[in-house]
Design a binder for this molecule. Structure first.
Ligand code: SAM
Length: 362
């Protein structure tokens, strides 16, 4: 479905949308502070007939002036409504306050991205995550993930897990059918897939390959769960071109992993997977593609998330359009044997088999 082929708005609506964009950072912060200060919560709890500004200021223990400017901003955002000087919660306010997807996205944008996105123009010019300097002097955010401030890590992991967690139970039976027992999970992160796999069947062995910071977190978790016999760990930086992927796996699994890399890097990783697998081996990929979404707002979320990769993560990757991504798979010598879209919130499962020798050029 192409949501983006036609101009859907009148000129008046378009000019209104342009104002929402012009004030984007202002309304984002207003909504966040209305949520975090407890203002939306006390309004929700009071229900009808609503609360006056004075009542609200007293309940949240903030100055009247501050509460007034926030509420006035919230009126035009449909966060709150006012009748007879009493404020009640609007529908959008309900979602800002209670919807997990909205909360996860808002915390990720504020805690991880907000300051770094100031440098988006420099990142676009240089292909480097210039905004990452807000947190530290790393080449990519993945090297520094385990050293980010606690609240930033929390929002990063919540965001990351939110988009894969609900898909994992749905794809486990599809990944482990036809006698798949030995799996390499590249970018296995904190071990969520490994733990889900170990619980899925008793004879599955999972090897997690990741950078040291994430691997240590996964190791501790897996030891605590008594799963150490079922999971092995391989510390590796996949960007090191000389790094060969070990042989002997039925499946190489990559979930929300290849989007951390540029097209050329994806091809290089997949070529090394090609070398590691025997002729019956499979690469199985779980990825959210913005052009494979049922709803336009889902495509919107993915397209905007791409700019996190540009300004903060590594400067050269994104949440891809499936056509570009599948082209990389083909260049590496694989073909798609099965594609299942609309898994969980936004994922697509791609089962890939070796079919020809990889292209030599990228
Ligand atoms: C977005 S997370 C995906 C986590 C998990 N697979 C999931 O589906 O939720 C990407 C993972 O790739 C790892 N990663 C990023 N760059 C890497 C590199 N150069 N070498 C190895 N792992 C890397 C990160 O540490 C992180 O754990």
């Amino acid at each position: 479905m192409n949501f983006f082929s036609k101009d859907k708005t009148t000129a008046f609506e378009a000019k209104e949308t342009a104002q929402w964009i012009a004030f984007g950072p202002v309304i984002f912060q207003a909504a966040r502070v209305l949520r975090n200060s407890g203002i939306l919560r006390v309004i929700e709890e009071s229900a009808l007939p609503g609360l006056s500004i004075e009542d609200i200021a007293e309940k949240v223990k903030l100055p009247l002036y501050g509460v007034r400017v926030l509420l006035e901003s919230g009126l035009s955002l449909d966060l709150v409504l006012v009748n007879d000087k009493k404020y009640t919660l609007g529908k959008t306010g309900h979602f800002i306050l209670n919807d997990q997807l909205t909360k996860t996205n808002m915390d990720f944008v504020h805690d991880v991205n907000y300051k770094g996105l100031f440098y988006l123009d420099e990142s676009i010019k240089t292909g480097k995550p210039v905004g990452l300097k807000e947190f530290g002097e790393w080449q990519t955010i993945y090297e520094g993930l385990s050293q980010l401030p606690e609240h930033v890590q929390k929002s990063w992991f919540k965001f990351d897990h939110f988009f894969s967690d609900d898909a994992f139970p749905l794809v486990l039976p599809q990944v482990y059918k036809n006698g798949v027992k030995k799996i390499l999970d590249i970018g296995g992160n904190t071990g969520k897939w490994a733990i889900a796999s170990a619980s899925h069947a008793a004879d599955i062995h999972i090897t997690i390959m990741d950078l040291p910071g994430q691997l240590n977190v996964a190791k501790t978790k897996i030891e605590q769960l008594g799963l150490s016999q079922r999971v092995s760990f391989l510390q590796a930086n996949i960007l090191d071109e000389s790094l060969q992927i070990p042989k002997g796996f039925d499946v190489i699994w990559m979930s929300q992993f290849l989007d951390c890399f540029s097209e050329a890097e994806i091809v290089s990783i997949l070529k090394r997977c090609y070398k590691a697998l025997d002729d019956n081996g499979q690469v199985i990929i779980l990825e959210p593609f913005w052009d494979r979404q049922r709803f336009e707002v889902a495509a919107f979320c993915l397209q905007q998330t791409s700019l996190y990769f540009t300004a903060l993560a590594n400067g050269n990757s994104q949440l891809y359009n499936s056509e570009i991504f599948i082209n990389c798979i083909k260049k590496a010598g694989f073909d798609i044997m099965e594609q299942v879209d609309h898994i969980g919130l936004s994922q697509t499962l791609l089962k890939c088999k070796k079919i020809r020798k990889p292209n030599n050029e990228n």
